[in-house]
Design a protein around this ligand. Structure first.
Ligand code: G3P
Ligand code: MG
Length: 250
C-alpha cells in the first residue's frame, strides 16, 4: 500500500536550503534523498509554480500574491535571500522545472496541490494534467514507485485532479482525521492519507492501515518521534531535518 520511499524531504530540502527551490532539491541530493515533497500553486496566467504561501512577504520580498502575478514575473523573484545571502537570486521555480530536475536525478515526487483561495479546481486540474503528460511512459509501464503522488488539503482540488487524470495516485491531506475520513477518501479514490503527526494516535493509524490505505505523516524532525510513529504502522513521513533523519532512517 506504500510503494514509495519511507522518508521524504519536506519542501525540497527541509531547513537546509530555501524551501521549494532547486537549491533545496540539490541539498536533498547532498544528503542522499531521492524523494521530495513540495507545493504547487497557480500564477495569475494559470501556470503551476513551486510556492507555499499565496502572499509575498516571507519567502519572497514585497507585497502581492501568487494568484495576482504572472508566472514569468514570479520566476524572476528572489526566493533565496530570505534564507541566506548565499542563496540570493534563487528563483521561484516553475513546476515543470521541478519535474525536469527530479526526472533527471531520479527523485520521487509528492506533489502537494496548494491552491490559492478560489482556485481549488483549476489548480488540481492543471497539476494533474501536466503531471500526467510528463509521466506518460512511467504510467504506461505501471511501476507505481516511478509515478508521482498528488496530495492536497483541498477536497475540490483532489476531485478535479481525479477527474482530469484518474490514473495518477492521490493522497488526501488531513490535519486532524475526521470521523468520515474513509467516505471522503473513497470519493476521491485516494490511495493514502497524509496527516499531521501531532494529532495521530496508534488507534487511528491502525484503523487507516486496516482499511487498506497508505499512511504518511508531516512533519517529523525528531528521530525519536519518527521511530515512534513508524512503530504504529505509519508507512512514511516527511522531514525538515534531512541532516538528522536520513533516507535510510528506521
Ligand atoms: O504535504 C505535507 C505538508 O507539506 C503539509 O503542510 O504547510 O508544509 O504544505 P505544508
Ligand atoms: Mg506541503
Amino acid at each position: 500500500m506504500w510503494p514509495y520511499p519511507k522518508i521524504v524531504a519536506h519542501r525540497g530540502g527541509g531547513t537546509l536550503a530555501p524551501e521549494n527551490t532547486i537549491a533545496g532539491l540539490r541539498a536533498g541530493l547532498a544528503y542522499g534523498f531521492r524523494a521530495v515533497e513540495f507545493d504547487v500553486m497557480l500564477s495569475r496566467d494559470g501556470i503551476g509554480m513551486v510556492m507555499h504561501d499565496p502572499d509575498f512577504g516571507r519567502t519572497v520580498a514585497g507585497q502581492g500574491s501568487v494568484p495576482e502575478t504572472d508566472a514569468i514575473a514570479l520566476a524572476g523573484m528572489d526566493a533565496g535571500s530570505w534564507f541566506g545571502p548565499q542563496f540570493a537570486g534563487e528563483p521561484v521555480p516553475f513546476f515543470t522545472q521541478f519535474i525536469d530536475y527530479c526526472k533527471q536525478q531520479r527523485i520521487w515526487m509528492n506533489v502537494e496541490i496548494k491552491p490559492a483561495d478560489g482556485f481549488e479546481a483549476a489548480t488540481g486540474d492543471w497539476v494533474a494534467k501536466v503531471t500526467r503528460d510528463s509521466f506518460q511512459a512511467e504510467i504506461a509501464a505501471g511501476d507505481p514507485a516511478a509515478i508521482p503522488l498528488l496530495s492536497s488539503f483541498s477536497f475540490a482540488a483532489l476531485a478535479a485532479a481525479r477527474d482530469a487524470a484518474p490514473e495518477l495516485p492521490r493522497a488526501y491531506l488531513l490535519d486532524k482525521i475526521p470521523a468520515d475520513w474513509q467516505q471522503q477518501a473513497r470519493e476521491l479514490g485516494a490511495v493514502a492519507i497524509h496527516t499531521n503527526q501531532k494529532h495521530l494516535t496508534p488507534e487511528l493509524a491502525a484503523q487507516i492501515k486496516a482499511a487498506g490505505y497508505g499512511l504518511f505523516c508531516y512533519t517529523i524532525n525528531d528521530p525519536a518521534r519518527g521511530r515512534e510513529i513508524l512503530s504504529w504502522g505509519v508507512d512514511g513521513f516527511c522531514t525538515d531535518r534531512i541532516d538528522l533523519i536520513g533516507p535510510g532512517f528506521a
